[in-house]
Design a protein around this ligand. Structure first.
Ligand SMILES: NC(=O)C1=CN([C@@H]2O[C@H](COP(=O)(O)OP(=O)(O)OC[C@H]3O[C@@H](n4cnc5c(N)ncnc54)[C@H](OP(=O)(O)O)[C@@H]3O)[C@@H](O)[C@H]2O)C=CC1
Ligand SMILES: CC[C@](O)(C(C)=O)C(=O)O
Ligand SMILES: [Mg+2]
Ligand SMILES: [Mg+2]
Length: 340
């Protein structure tokens, strides 16, 4: 088994007396900043004026421009959207670098050569394997989201100590961290979110929902069956793996799982997954996403509008409104910025 790192493997004192600038206060940014502060680390936030700035100030942080936050910090964690990072890095971070450690939560821009950090800085990543809101929520529950860490440049000889101390401060060493490279983190993260966690999952759910509705079944029933119940099933897999889930479902469901699952996700799907992975490895996906952003996101905008109009979203919104317990946590988190 690969070496896993837990709380006992980190030097908790490493960040004492050091200042961490968290650049961005969105999904990951607010979680890293709040978790580190609760772990006793000195944190400042770097932002442009706007919703996130107001939210971070409201949450009690010292907020500065990106350049000012960078200049005063020992460690600069870049938690801007991947597609914004290159411009902000070139214009506001790079001119304010002396010898700060530069950190990321995803290797995209370094791996695909959009950001080339100076050779006198440590460069590393700590990438939680979960959404930022869960990084915060699980921390508050004395739990955590596992993380990957990787060292791109180790000028001081202390990059690994920093990575582990940082991962501990955001709560990830409660769940375990694994050492990787920028290449491996970037390629697997992109593959996971496209083929399984986001793209594969939403396509599967929509296909199931549409199949039932087109066959004349009630949309509300189809929503419960294909989307709402998914969380309950996935929670069982999270707790006990596939066997744990299969223990709780009926034998009839388990038999259907065994014989029908491979009919749905068949050899053709796996072949397509391999093609998707190849596009990621060869930089084709990255090139397309960079170009899409350079041209003001025409395809992204059109698809997003169409997706938001899908019947499953309309039905789901109405049903969730009658289940206030579902959104209690989220309402607290979403004050201010759309994604904070
Ligand atoms: N979302 C997730 O859970 C995960 C994300 N990651 C990685 O973490 C990084 C951050 O992603 P994520 O948390 O999703 O980002 P979000 O989109 O949630 O947050 C972006 C933040 O950056 C700020 N921002 C955007 N543009 C600028 C700018 N030009 N100048 C200053 N501030 C700006 C936004 O502020 P404003 O309100 O002003 O727009 C906001 O606070 C990415 O590298 C991503 O791949 C890794 C693991 C999981
Ligand atoms: C699964 C999506 C993710 O990779 C994540 C939450 O880990 C992301 O980029 O947001
Ligand atoms: Mg991810
Ligand atoms: Mg990702």
């Amino acid at each position: 088994m690969a070496k896993m790192y837990y709380n006992g493997d980190a030097n908790a004192a490493y960040l004492n007396g050091k200042k961490v600038a968290v650049i961005g206060y969105g999904s990951q940014g607010h979680a890293h900043a709040q978790n580190m502060r609760d772990s006793g680390v000195e944190v400042v936030i770097g932002l442009r004026k706007g919703k996130s700035w107001d939210k971070a100030a409201e949450d009690g942080f010292q907020v500065y421009s990106v350049g000012e936050a960078t200049a005063q910090a020992d460690v600069v964690m870049i938690l801007l959207p991947d597609e914004q990072q290159t411009k902000v890095y070139k214009e506001e971070i790079e001119p304010n670098l002396t010898n700060q450690a530069i950190m990321f939560a995803h290797g995209f821009n370094v791996h695909f050569n959009q950001i080339v950090p100076p050779t006198n800085c440590d460069v590393l990543l700590v990438a939680p394997k979960g959404p930022g809101h869960l990084v915060r929520r699980t921390y508050e529950q004395d739990a955590g989201v596992p993380a990957l860490f990787a060292i791109h440049q180790d000028v001081t000889g202390e990059a690994k100590e920093l990575a582990l101390s940082y991962a501990k401060a955001i709560g990830s060493l409660r769940a375990g961290a694994l050492e990787t490279t920028f290449k491996e983190e970037t390629e697997t993260d992109l593959f996971g979110e496209q083929a399984v966690l986001c793209g594969g999952l939403t396509a599967l759910v929509k296909a199931g929902f549409e199949t039932l509705v087109e066959a004349g079944y009630q949309p509300e029933l189809a929503y419960f069956e294909t989307l709402h119940e998914l969380k309950l099933i996935v929670d069982l897999m999270y707790e006990g793996g596939m066997a744990g889930m299969r223990y709780s479902v009926s034998d009839t469901a388990e038999w259907g799982d065994f014989v029908t699952g491979p009919r749905i996700v068949d050899a053709r799907v796996k072949e397509e997954m391999k093609a998707v992975l190849k596009d990621i490895q060869e930089g084709k996906f990255a090139q397309g996403w960079i170009f899409e952003n350079q041209t003001n996101r025409p395809v992204y905008t059109a698809i997003k509008a169409r997706e938001n109009e899908h019947l499953i979203e309309k039905v789901g919104k109405e049903l969730r409104a009658m289940m206030p317990f579902i959104n209690q946590g989220k309402k607290k988190e979403v004050v201010g910025s759309a994604k904070n």
